[in-house]
Design a protein around this ligand. Structure first.
Ligand code: ADP
Length: 196
């Protein structure tokens, strides 16, 4: 039995925060394309150098790159029996990524079992980014980059949701609540499908 879930939502909605809380408890592994790209930047790889320019501008890195990173990560842990499935965090962000993900899972006899949509309004997102900019100093947490990230989300990513909605497995989460209350909402939904 496997279980794969997507944490979906705009930049700074809290996907990564929640994925890190949830993953161990449910035996799932978080796969964050944002974290993977930042690791490449930190290591100073060629890919990292190219990605940094795009990320700092708030644009999307190419489908080919992120799909490749996800495929590699899934392959690396394929024999690890402790991992019951994946939490996809920040992926898929385009229709092409969603279709590739379906194909990759299909090849393993798996599918996306659930999409959790973290809903947060734009004003709150901007406030979070300003706070995170002070705390973490991420180079894409500027007002200008954030505006572009929100535009890219609307143009390329939000339209991925209907692709999953027609499959009937999208659940809305009120991402405006405090972190622990958001976790409780997620657990209430996950709890019905996978035993913790
Ligand atoms: P946030 O959720 O705050 O937007 P992420 O860490 O998910 O932050 O992503 C940071 C940046 O990394 C994005 O703005 C984008 O440039 C790049 N990125 C991450 N995931 C993807 C993806 N699936 N497709 C394209 N670009 C991505």
């Amino acid at each position: 039995m496997s279980f794969n879930v997507i944490f979906f939502g705009p930049p700074a909605a809290g996907k990564g925060t929640q994925a890190k809380i949830i993953e161990e408890k449910y035996g799932l592994k978080q796969l964050s394309t944002g974290d993977m790209l930042r690791a490449q930047v930190a290591e100073g790889t060629e890919l990292g150098k190219q990605a940094k320019v795009i990320m700092d501008a708030g644009k999307l890195v190419s489908d080919e790159i992120v799909i490749g990173m996800i495929a590699d990560s899934m392959e690396r842990v394929k024999d690890n029996r402790r991992i019951k499935g994946f939490i996809f965090d920040g992926f898929p962000r385009t229709n092409a990524q969603a279709q590739s993900l379906d194909m990759m899972l299909k090849g393993r006899g798996q599918k996306i079992d659930m999409v959790l949509e973290l809903q947060v309004d734009d004003t709150a997102l901007l406030a979070r980014i300003e706070k995170r900019a002070k705390e973490e100093g991420r180079s894409d947490d500027t007002v200008a980059a954030m505006k572009t990230r929100l535009d890219q989300y609307r143009e390329y990513s939000a339209i991925v949701l209907p692709y999953y909605q027609i499959q009937g497995n999208v659940y809305a989460i009120d991402g405006m609540r405090p972190i622990d209350e958001v976790t409780m909402q997620i657990e209430a939904i996950l709890g019905e499908d996978i035993a913790a």
